[in-house]
Design a protein around this ligand. Structure first.
Ligand code: URA
Length: 249
């Protein structure tokens, strides 16, 4: 093994490489018992790395799970109010997995969880927005003009920010309700609900059905599955592209 210290810490699932540089600069990282402040420092086999007094080591194997998150579950690992969290659905043998991004309490569907800190960072970085698809049930029958506004982008949301172009596919149209699949690259807070609010069709129900190369498929609600080799390779390619573009350090 010969790894840069920040990468070693990120691969141990502690944080991103950039955040690891911050820890090194703060003097809370020890290599073989001595504080390291050199950001370029490398780690060799047999070296002992400690972060804030705890020994850390990259895992040989990371865990990558897909969860079909039920409604009324918070996307955190601990909830001070004692509500059900996504961690409650992770089999104990998988250890402590972190959610890749978040779904609202009142959104169900696909959430990826992993202990690969670098992957979490690459997949959630706003400059490298992975495409996410949501099945949205909307109030009212959507007219062509509203579709066009969403497809074109540039809708000003309630906080003054503008949306980027979205892909829209109509699944069902009824007199008082529409069902659409909407694909976006952004991940701002309550993004999909705010987009449809802005065009006058509030979201009644929201489910994430795809995250980049990973589809929800028929995974039962409240259960998890390991990502397939193929899905993992596709996610790793995304990570490598983010690395090559300097989005992830
Ligand atoms: N957009 C939303 O409005 N909610 C989610 O949970 C995800 C995307």
């Amino acid at each position: 093994m010969d790894l840069r210290l920040n990468r070693y810490i990120a691969q141990a699932g502690v944080c991103s490489r950039r955040a690891a540089d911050g820890l090194i600069a703060r003097g809370v990282v020890h290599l073989n018992g001595a504080v390291v402040r050199d950001l370029g420092r490398r780690v060799a086999a047999g070296d002992v790395v400690e972060v804030e007094g705890h020994a850390v080591a990259p895992r040989a194997e990371h865990a990558y799970l897909a969860l079909n998150k039920p409604l009324e579950v918070v996307t955190t690992l601990d909830d001070p109010q004692g509500r059900t969290t996504v961690a409650d659905f992770v089999p104990a043998a998988k250890g402590r997995l972190v959610p890749v991004g978040r779904l609202d309490w009142d959104t169900s569907g696909l959430l990826i969880l992993t202990d690969d800190g670098e992957m979490v960072h690459a997949l959630t970085h706003p400059r490298f927005g992975v495409e996410k698809t949501y099945r949205a049930t909307l109030r009212g029958q959507m007219e062509t003009a509203a579709f066009a506004r969403l497809r074109d982008g540039g809708i000003v949301l309630d906080d003054g920010t503008k949306t980027r172009p979205a892909k829209i596919r109509v699944i069902a149209q009824r007199r008082d309700e529409s069902v659409v699949d909407v694909s976006i690259h952004e991940g701002r807070n309550r993004q999909v609900r705010r987009m449809f609010d802005a065009v006058g069709h509030p979201v009644v129900a929201l489910e994430r059905v795809r995250f980049g190369p990973v589809a929800l498929g028929d995974l039962p609600l409240g259960t998890t599955r390991d990502l397939t080799e193929r899905e993992l390779r596709a996610l790793q390619e995304i990570r490598e592209r983010a690395l090559a573009r300097g989005v992830v350090r």
